[in-house]
Design a protein around this ligand. Structure first.
Ligand SMILES: [Fe+2]
Length: 279
């Protein structure tokens, strides 16, 4: 279990899923620098490597910046030279076949040094910010590749929160930005920067948390970046597939992993409402 010590006087910047998208990663780090957010207040919920064209470069950029990273299933799999991405897709499903393409592209392109770094990443990062306890994980407390979606029950999220013993959970993996208020605290997912959120727009998502009038204010923001350059880099590297098209269309090539409620949101622009947490 890792930990960070963020500066209470600056906002927190939380993001997930760079997914080998160097252009999105650069845009996120530019936002941090433009808004004077110190690196100690930035946290990534994992999956640095996935669908896009720049796996090694994206890891190097995040490492060079010094951003704290929770291990995702992609770091766990590539770091250990596993045979697949460990997303937990059903064998032979559309997601399974699509993930084989990027995984087999990425695995030989990541240096041994970066694989060793990925292996030592913590699966959980706990910290205190403004007197509030946070736990950052990738999937769930119990399983690195468990998808937790907005429509999953409060009971499921509360069960996880009791295990984590925190006020606020920061999760990743599912690719959708959302927040749920439960009787045990907040379950927040910043969304991902490296792929759109299946909402019909090319934007990625990240989350900013800051104190305001005795409360923490939680806001989700769109990451607008040069998605055309990211898509062109995929074509140049032979990754001319459904994920390449998704960078522009904002629509996922397969909805296999989504519950019905999230499937029905396909193509509808998202705007998670800001949330508050009383300090
Ligand atoms: Fe993941």
């Amino acid at each position: 279990m890792g930990g960070i010590k963020p500066d209470d006087s600056a906002p927190l910047l939380i993001f997930g899923g760079p997914y080998s998208n160097l252009q999105a990663t650069e845009a996120l780090l530019r936002y941090a620098s433009d808004n004077h957010i110190p690196v100690g207040n930035i946290l990534c919920t994992g999956d640095l490597i996935a669908y896009c064209a720049s796996p090694e470069e994206t890891v190097n950029r995040i490492r060079d910046a010094g951003v704290a990273v929770v291990m995702g299933n992609c770091e766990q799999s590539i770091g250990n030279d596993a045979d697949d991405c460990g997303c937990g897709f059903d064998e032979g499903s559309a997601c399974d076949l699509l993930s084989a393409a990027w995984y087999n592209f990425s695995r030989p392109r990541v240096s041994d040094n970066n694989k060793a770094w990925m292996r030592q990443l913590p699966e959980q990062i706990d910290f205190i910010y403004q007197g509030t306890s946070f736990s950052a994980i990738h999937g769930s407390a119990e399983q690195i590749n468990q998808f937790i979606f907005p429509s999953d029950s409060d009971a499921e999220k509360q069960q996880q929160m009791v295990r984590l013993e925190c006020d606020i959970v920061l999760s990743g993996h599912s690719g959708i930005p959302f927040g749920n208020k439960t009787d045990s605290g907040l379950w927040l997912n910043a969304g991902v920067i490296g792929m759109p959120a299946n909402d019909g727009t090319p934007d990625g998502w990240f989350m900013v948390i800051k104190p305001e009038a005795g409360m923490l204010k939680i806001e989700w923001q769109r990451l607008r970046y040069d998605f055309q350059a990211a898509a062109e880099a995929m074509v140049e590297n032979g990754l001319n597939n459904g994920y390449q098209q998704a960078l522009s269309s904002g629509l996922w090539p397969s909805l296999d992993v989504l519950p019905d409620a999230e499937k029905q949101q396909t193509g509808q622009p998202l705007q998670p409402a800001p949330m508050t947490f009383i300090l």
